[in-house]
Design a protein around this ligand. Structure first.
Ligand code: SF4
Length: 422
């Protein structure tokens, strides 16, 4: 049964439907169909061939043919296309697949996302910092010209989305602005931030490039969040904390009309269902419509000194339950759950010095590789195919962790409750 069987179907007497691709949506053709990225929701979807062809037929001004109508309504509900008359967007609670994918999450041959360091500086000292090994030894030597190398290697990386990260990008706002602008030449862009710094300065650049802003927030309780994400006291005035910075940042982004979401690292300290539900409800009241939950990865600082933070597949069970409960209540928030602890070598990073950096699978450090000037793209792809777990990479971004979602039986890959409009 294809995913779209769970969507509302068109009636015979429905008015003619017209449509086109939604604003700023990116599409990449794949053997199985295509992958699309919706910046407004920071959401990837894999489309089978049938959906891909239906999407390609939009935008001619002609009415959507009857045989495409259900597919187009499904894609409009997911934010991929727009229709006239309008189709409301709906929250998406399952694996991000539209159509039939008999083998589950499809493998990808090219990166979907590349995470680019704007700086190795960060005012926070999170106990689980995945990138700590790419910051500590780089901070002292960091030089402005390193960013040219980051931009060059990112341009050679055929990813659909470029994430401006670090370190904390707001610690070097000039770098963040330059990197956002450079990445936006051929990618959708995301700013990863704790909110600590002058986000307001970046608003015009973010708006110009339809960027998505992703805030890190680990708990609805300031005390829990600030213990997990302590601020280096030299960096900020007394009384401020990472909870306050993130919530102020979310408020600013929502009031400025910027697309934004929240990501939460799930550790032994914040993995209780009641606390996570409290955070979800707080995000809903703040106007956040996308939430990514990452099970802590034993990499970087968490690999060396976990201090009771690590959790395993028990956490996945808790998160799957949270998603099922959210879907049962039809709450208007997309939830993505990642299980990168199962395959730590699932992400692609570019260090502040412009090296390619890929986490080793078994608790080691990162594979670090300079990228040559000649045949740079070929070199990046060779590293991607050699060191990155392709299934883990696709699963991380296509919500593959939710394959045990109770409403999704074999072959059913997405569930969009009819009543939950985003
Ligand atoms: S904000 Fe990010 S980069 Fe900075 S310490 Fe925390 S996890 Fe690491």
């Amino acid at each position: 049964m294809p995913a779209t069987d769970s969507l509302p179907r068109a009636a015979d007497n429905d008015p003619p439907l017209r449509g086109g691709r939604a604003r700023a949506v990116r599409l990449r053709t794949e053997r199985f169909g295509s992958i699309v990225y919706v910046p407004e929701r920071d959401h990837f979807y894999a489309l089978d061939r049938e959906h891909t062809i239906a999407l390609s037929r939009l935008g001619t001004g002609r009415p959507v043919p009857a045989y495409d109508r259900d597919l187009v309504v499904a894609m409009a509900s997911a934010g991929i296309c727009r229709t006239d008359p309008p189709t409301p967007q709906r929250a998406f609670y399952g694996r991000s697949l539209l159509g039939s994918f008999a083998g589950g999450i499809p493998p990808v041959r090219k990166p979907m996302v590349v995470n680019c360091f704007a700086t190795a500086q960060c005012p926070l000292r999170c106990g689980y910092c995945h990138a700590d090994d790419l910051m500590a030894s780089y901070r002292e030597e960091e030089r402005p010209e390193w960013l040219d190398e980051v931009i060059r290697v990112a341009a050679a990386t055929p990813a659909m989305v470029g994430v401006v990260t670090g370190g904390e990008p707001l610690a070097r706002p000039d770098n963040a602005e330059r990197l956002l602008t450079a990445l936006a030449r051929d990618k959708a862009v995301v700013l990863d931030t704790s909110g600590v710094g002058d986000l307001r300065r970046l608003v015009p650049t973010l708006r110009r490039h339809d960027a998505h802003v992703r805030f890190s927030l680990d708990s609805a309780q300031a005390s829990v969040n600030d213990r997990l994400r302590p601020i280096h006291r030299r960096s900020l005035p007394p009384g401020s904390g990472s909870f306050r910075a993130a919530t102020d940042g979310i408020r600013l982004a929502v009031s400025e009309g910027l697309a934004c979401s929240v990501q939460t690292v799930v550790t032994a300290r914040n993995c209780d269902p009641a606390g996570l539900a409290e955070l979800r409800d707080r995000l809903l009241s703040a106007g956040v419509r996308t939430w990514a939950l990452h099970v802590v990865v034993p990499a970087g600082k968490a690999a060396r000194n976990a201090r009771g933070l690590l959790v395993g597949d028990d956490a996945v069970t808790t998160l799957t339950g949270l998603v099922a409960e959210t879907a049962a209540q039809r709450l208007p928030i997309d939830i993505r759950v990642t299980s990168t602890h199962r395959a730590p070598n699932s992400t692609v990073l570019i260090s502040a010095r412009g090296e390619l950096a890929i986490q080793q699978p078994e608790g080691g450090g990162k594979e670090i590789a300079p990228v040559p000037r000649i045949m740079a793209r070929r070199s990046v792809l060779r590293h991607f195919r050699r060191f990155v777990d392709p299934g883990g990479h696709a699963s991380r971004y296509l919500n593959g962790t939710l394959d045990l979602y109770p409403a999704a039986g074999p072959g059913v890959t997405a569930v969009l409750p009819a009543a939950a409009a985003v």
